[in-house]
Design a protein around this ligand. Structure first.
Ligand code: PGA
Length: 270
């Protein structure tokens, strides 16, 4: 099976070096935005990544309707992903898309368990885990999202809520090359409110401990992305924090210029 992370790395990356040191992942999430005219943003990202390759793996997750065209437009300069998948391979599930279908369309990754899926579609940890397994089965990088609400944080439960989500949403046997965690505090998504650097470090360190507990050595290497109001103005500081292996970017991924500024904020030594 193709290493799911392969397509996420720059084409000329040395696989041996990458195996030892996984590069940061800058992942966009367009959510339910984008039609044919917005493919020009994909074209602009591809042109810039070709001209000035960032020291990071670059991915944009898109509505399924755009994936095939975006894959053609990106021309292998960076990876395209989906935003959700079914846990099933195929069958009578009208309106659903399997991980295999996303792969067939050219996707290299899929977001599972985004808080908007958990909130508006009732996705439980068990459903998210089944979707993560489906991504693994199809050879897609699974970006498994977790994060606490504001009420949970105010109640002092942020760490325990995220530990519980990891225990329930990250299946046994997930690998570092096939999985990333997206830590997205719900109160920071689309709000402009950011956790402090100390809060991000505390949570990412805690997530690392949880992952090491469930996945052993793979859990030590797996990338933990921060998501929630990431912009070009704060990306450099976030990406420099310990245990931050990349970012998951919503609103600021819609415009190539904004997204490229975030890609360019990756520490060069990373
Ligand atoms: P935001 O969204 O960057 O617009 O806050 C992040 C996300 O929901 O993935």
């Amino acid at each position: 099976m193709l290493d799911p992370a392969q397509g996420i790395h720059a084409p000329n990356s040395d696989p041996a070096a990458l195996a030892e040191h996984i590069r940061p992942l800058i992942a966009g999430n367009w959510k339910m935005h984008g039609m044919a005219p917005q493919l020009s943003e994909i074209e602009a990202v591809a042109a810039s990544v070709k001209a000035t390759p960032p020291p990071a793996d670059v991915l944009i997750c898109l509505p399924a309707t755009l994936i095939t065209r975006a894959v053609q437009t990106a021309a292998g300069r960076f990876a395209i992903g989906g935003e959700n998948c079914s846990a099933q391979i195929s069958g009578s599930f009208t309106g659903d898309l399997s991980a295999e279908m996303l792969k067939d369309a050219g996707a290299r990754a899929v977001i599972v368990g985004h808080s908007e899926r958990r909130q508006y579609h009732g996705e439980t940890d068990a459903i998210v885990a089944a979707k993560a397994k489906a991504a693994r089965r199809a050879g897609l990088l699974a970006i498994i999202c977790i994060g606490e609400t504001n009420a949970q944080r105010l109640a002092g439960k942020a760490l325990s809520v995220c530990a519980e989500q990891i225990a329930g949403s990250v299946p046994d046997g997930m690998t570092a090359s096939g999985t990333a965690i997206g830590y997205e505090p719900l109160w920071a998504i689309g709000s402009g409110h950011m956790p402090t650097p100390e809060q991000i470090i505390e949570m990412h360190t805690h997530i690392r401990q949880c992952l090491t507990h469930c996945l052993g050595a793979e859990g030590k290497k797996l990338r933990i992305l921060y998501g929630g109001s990431v912009k070009s103005s704060n990306a450099r500081a976030i990406l420099a924090l310990p245990e931050v292996g990349g970012v998951l970017v919503g609103g600021a991924s819609l415009k190539a210029a904004d997204f490229l500024a975030i890609c360019g904020a990756t520490p060069v030594s990373a």
